[in-house]
Each structure stands twice: as C-alpha cells, then as structure tokens.
Design a protein around this ligand. Structure first.
Ligand code: MN
Length: 289
C-alpha cells in the first residue's frame, strides 16, 4: 500500500487533518477531498463554524463519529447530522451552505468530510441536499460496516464508488469484500488496525490500486476504519477553493458569481458569507470545506 500522511491545517479556528488531495494522489475513485477533524472536546463556544460558502462540481458527504453538525443551505434546507447518519450535498452547478456546531451540543466533535467529484455528464445536475438518518449497516464476522455511500446506501451517487466506516471488534479479524474494479483508500479513525499485517499509522491515508477483491484487517483493541473507493476517475479536474471544475475560466466564472451573490442566500445562518480569495494567489487557497 502507498501511504500518504495527512497534513495539519485549519478550518476556521478548528485544527484539522487534510488527507486529500495530496500532490501525489489527487483522487481515489471520485473522492477528491478528505478532511478529518477531532476527536475533541470543548466546554464552551462552538467547535466548528464554517460560514456560507459556495460549491460547484461536487458532492459533499459529512460523517460523524461523535457530536453534531448543522447544515444550512441556499435551497432553504436545514439538517443536523449525527453519528450513524450522513448529510450529502450535491452542488451540481452551484449551491451555498454553512456548517457549524449547533448552539446546543454535546461538547464533542469527531468526523470527516468527503467530496466526490461529479463526472462531466452530471456536473450541471440540479443542486440538492439529502439527509439520511441512519445508513445501512452490514454485519460481518468480526465487525460491522456502515455504508455511507455505495450500492446498499440510499445516498445519491453519480459514479460507482464506496464510502464506508468499518468497525473492527476488539481482538477480531474482518474480511470485507471489495469491488475488484475499484481503487481504495483506508484511514484509521479510531483504535489500532493492521491491514495484511501492516500496522496503520493514525492520520495517514493508505492507497491500494484496483484489483483486490477483499480487505483483510484486524485489530487488537478495536478500531474504526474509513474506506473510500471507486472506479479510477479519469477526467482531469481543477480544484480551487471550494470549486471543482475543468478550466481556469470556469473557476473564474464561479468566483465572480459568488462575489455577485448569485449562488443564493443561506438564510438560516447568522453572519456574513466567506468572501472568495483572490484569483491572483499563486497557491491554491484552503477550501472552507
Ligand atoms: Mn462546504
């Protein structure tokens, strides 16, 4: 397996780990972005406060191990995601949303946010939002796989892919079937785990190319492992800030549209939207996620 240590960065005031994209690994299946935050506890204030910001060309998938995150968007939808549930935002040609710890919260936060790039033929689908209160859970010998995105999940998807959270019981081994046509990424979210007797480092994304039909994983103390995968995404994508596009002109148009207020208003959020960074910046700006 190839190993890609995540890099520490900031999401507002929140310290997070960004596992995708990396210079040497831009996508795994359609997955083009992976942030991991927490586990953390807080006694006052809100751990996450990401003001309204736009997306194009992707689906965002929010998955929590602990705590809660409130989603509000320019379609007028408001939905709280909690452990076992998932929030899926399909931007299509454009949506704006805000994500924050609700004011009534458990004082804990631990989760991931994923983006799936939309294939060209679906990039301009109507924007939509989907909340699934409880994703399907598949019992395996030695563990349980919760399927965020994939064949057994009702989550809307536009290319063949999987997003799963595999719990490996203490002292157990799990053989999880994989789609042989998919490439996969694995990231330890909790506990300790070995894949094919390789001990996984925390906050590291492991990559395996297409061609394996089973994952062999075991844990001494019990573990949670994030699994992402899909048919390799062959369309070249251009990521800038919160936009996933194909050309710089398309990025510039989306930026102007956001600056002109044409993505719609996130009415539920109390505060100003995030201004787009300057296009003249040489380094790609941090997404708001
Ligand atoms: Mn976002």
């Amino acid at each position: 397996m190839e190993a890609y240590p995540a890099r520490p960065t900031k999401l507002g005031d929140l310290a997070i780990w960004r596992a995708l994209p990396r210079r040497a690994r831009r996508t795994i299946g359609p997955w083009c972005f992976l942030d991991r935050y927490g586990p953390l506890t807080f006694s006052e204030g809100r751990a996450m406060d990401v003001a309204p910001h736009p997306h194009i060309g992707i689906q965002t998938v929010s998955w929590l191990l602990d705590g809660e995150v409130l989603h509000q968007d320019s379609l007028g939808i408001e939905a709280m995601v909690r452990p076992r549930g998932v929030n899926v935002t399909t931007s299509g040609a454009g949506i704006a949303h805000a994500e924050q710890t609700p004011s009534a919260n458990r004082g804990r936060l631990h989760g991931v946010q994923l983006w799936a790039a939309l294939p060209d033929e679906h990039r301009n689908v109507a924007s939509s939002f989907q909340h699934i209160d409880e994703v399907p859970a598949i019992e395996l010998r030695g563990g349980v796989a919760q399927i965020l995105v994939g064949d057994s999940s009702p989550a809307l998807q536009f290319s063949e892919s999987i997003g799963a959270d595999l719990e490996i019981h203490r002292g157990a081994s799990v053989d999880m079937p994989l789609d042989v046509c998919f490439e996969h990424g694995f990231m330890l979210l909790f506990g300790d785990a070995f894949i094919d007797e390789q001990l996984l480092d925390p906050d590291t994304l492991y990559y395996r190319g297409a061609g394996s039909d089973e994952l062999h994983v075991r844990s001494t103390s019990g573990a949670r492992l994030l699994i992402i995968g899909g048919v390799p995404f062959l369309e070249p994508i251009l990521m800038w800030w919160n936009f996933v596009a194909r050309t710089p002109e398309e990025i510039a148009r989306a930026r102007s549209k956001w600056q002109a207020g044409d993505f719609g208003v996130v009415r539920g959020y109390d505060g100003a939207p995030i201004p787009a960074p300057s296009l003249s910046r040489l380094a790609p700006p941090n997404p708001a996620s």
